[in-house]
Design a protein around this ligand. Structure first.
Ligand SMILES: [Zn+2]
Length: 287
């Protein structure tokens, strides 16, 4: 702050006469300006008028006010971030059951889950290098759970992820005008990671194949990663039945690192556990 001369001090004192103070303020006899009772810092300063003689004494904020303001802003940002994450989850996880596909719910039986954790840990690199995953193997081996855990973990880190499947996409596209279709497919670019669950379960009509190609090709050209899960065998993906399949599979194989799920059937095992639990319940004697 500028030096307070006798002339300036007289002006300050004159202005102070009509000044209303808040409960936590006082006028410091040393400089005649308003200060904060809590931190002792200035709540008022002296500035020369611009372009003409004279001074004015505007209000300013003290250290503790500044800190309180920063804390308020940080709390607001945390709140906004949480709301954004919640909104993104609602958008990105369209099926309710996907909310339960989390590392916290992993029973530790599938050693491949370490790869899912590694993918999340190395997400920035995966995103930069456009590294996707192709999770293939039999039904019930935990591919969707693996992908869902990645989706949830990244969403929790504020990364936009969409986990969907082709029957859902094709359903949405049906009845859209062609320009809306293009917009809808382009909207997938808003997601840093696109997960397509269960590739190959959709009916391969000419229309379906064409739309699937648009989705995969658009993703391919956006140079952003995708994760695909499928019950198809790698040999089926590598030897497609026709050109329509080939141009879809080729792009997936080029961008997605294949991971084979050949473990036991977790779904069957869970079903077994459920059956056992049910048996225990119905057979338990009441005493
Ligand atoms: Zn203060």
């Amino acid at each position: 702050m500028m030096e307070i001369t006798a002339e300036i001090r007289a002006l300050i004192d004159k202005a102070a006469a009509g000044m209303e103070l808040a409960g936590d303020e006082y006028i410091d006899p040393a400089d005649g300006l308003i200060h904060c009772k809590k931190c002792g810092g200035q709540r008022q300063t002296v500035v020369p008028c611009f372009g003409k003689p004279g001074y004015f004494m505007p209000r300013c904020i003290c250290q503790c006010q500044r800190e309180a303001e920063e804390q308020r802003k940080a709390a607001e940002e945390r709140q906004r971030r949480m709301e954004r994450i919640k909104r993104r989850k609602a958008q990105g996880l369209q099926d309710r059951y996907l909310y339960d596909y989390t590392f916290a719910n992993d029973n530790g039986q599938n050693p491949l889950m370490d790869k899912a954790r590694a993918y999340v840990e190395n997400w920035k690199e995966a995103y930069r290098n456009n590294t996707g995953l192709l999770l293939f193997g039999d039904v019930g081996t935990g591919k969707s759970f693996f992908a869902g855990c990645i989706a949830n973990a990244l969403l929790d880190r504020d990364v936009p992820v969409l986990m969907t499947n082709f029957p859902t996409i094709l359903n949405r596209l049906t009845g859209m005008f062609s320009e809306d279709r293009a917009d809808f497919i382009a909207s997938f670019d808003e997601y840093d990671l696109l997960i397509i669950d269960d590739l190959g379960v959709e009916r391969s009509t000419e229309y379906a194949m064409e739309q699937m190609f648009f989705v995969i090709d658009s993703r391919y050209r956006s140079r952003r990663p995708m994760i695909i899960t499928t019950n198809l065998k790698l040999s089926e993906l590598k030897n497609p039945p026709d050109l329509a399949h080939a141009r879809i599979y080729d792009r997936i194989l080029e961008r997605c690192a294949p991971i084979l799920f050949d473990g036991k059937n977790f779904r069957e095992e869970n079903a077994g556990a459920t059956r056992q639990a049910a048996k225990d319940i119905v057979n338990s004697k009441q005493d």
